[in-house]
Ligand binder design. Structure first.
Ligand code: DC
Length: 228
């Protein structure tokens, strides 16, 4: 049986987490932010003092620690527990954000996390957000979306979000950080960020999150009706 999975990929701050959560809530599907899985491995690595380039040691972390993702009714839509403790807020701080791209470039880490992501999708209809969901994790998903936006717009959105959370980061530093992560994510040898074949490519630079969600939900509804 093919579950009606929706894969949403895109670069940093393209709005995919916001959009994926809204689509999941509209269609009553489970929302999985795979970025959070890479982030919690990064947090565990920093805590355990594991070398960020040691793929073998990093890949053992999800086995050595208990990692749980649970749906939540808040704005993020989920909570992540590491060894039974809610660490969600820590996943989005500077140290983890600075380390995560390096970790996500390690093939051994990707193998372990991709298998976990597929296991979740075997049991649930999901809206899964990430960088390689349509290309690698769920290549047979019936709905694949590649969400993008200009660098200027992505920096503007992320700056607003970070300032609201109390950060004093300046626009230029943030732009450099976004460009550095874009570069790492799109040029890595293992599962680089590219649109999947057949993906609906949406540039959200001039669209609100609601408008993006409406387009995805209409696409899913019309395809489902056409196939019914
Ligand atoms: O979406 P995010 O910013 O929380 O992702 C954190 C990092 O993890 C980012 O550098 C890209 C990487 N990532 C990945 O390589 N593959 C995924 N499926 C999800 C995230």
């Amino acid at each position: 049986m093919t579950l009606p999975h929706i894969a949403i990929d895109g670069p940093v701050a393209s709005g995919k987490s916001t959009v994926a959560l809204m689509v999941a809530r509209r269609l009553n599907l489970l929302y999985i932010d795979t970025g959070a899985m890479y982030r919690v491995v990064a947090l565990a690595a920093l805590r355990d003092g594991v070398d960020l380039d040691d793929g073998e040691a990093l890949a053992e972390l999800p086995q050595r620690h208990q990692i749980d993702l649970k749906p939540a009714a808040d704005a993020r839509g989920y909570a992540v527990c590491l060894d039974g403790v809610d660490v969600t807020a820590q996943l989005f701080r500077g140290a983890v954000t600075a380390a995560v791209s390096t970790i996500a470039a390690q093939p051994q880490v990707r193998r372990v996390l991709v298998e976990r992501q597929r296991e979740i999708a075997r049991h649930h209809a999901v809206v899964m957000a990430g960088r390689d969901i349509g290309t690698v994790v769920l290549p047979n998903a019936p709905f694949k979306v590649f969400l993008t936006a200009s660098v200027a717009e992505r920096v503007r959105r992320r700056l607003e979000e970070m300032r609201a959370a109390g950060s004093t980061i300046d626009a230029q530093t943030l732009r450099e950080e976004v460009e550095r992560r874009d570069h790492t994510d799109t040029t890595r040898a293992e599962s680089p960020l590219v649109p999947a074949q057949g993906a609906l490519v949406l540039d959200s630079s001039a669209l609100s999150a609601e408008e993006v969600v409406d387009r995805i939900v209409s696409w899913v509804a019309s395809s489902t009706a056409a196939g019914a």
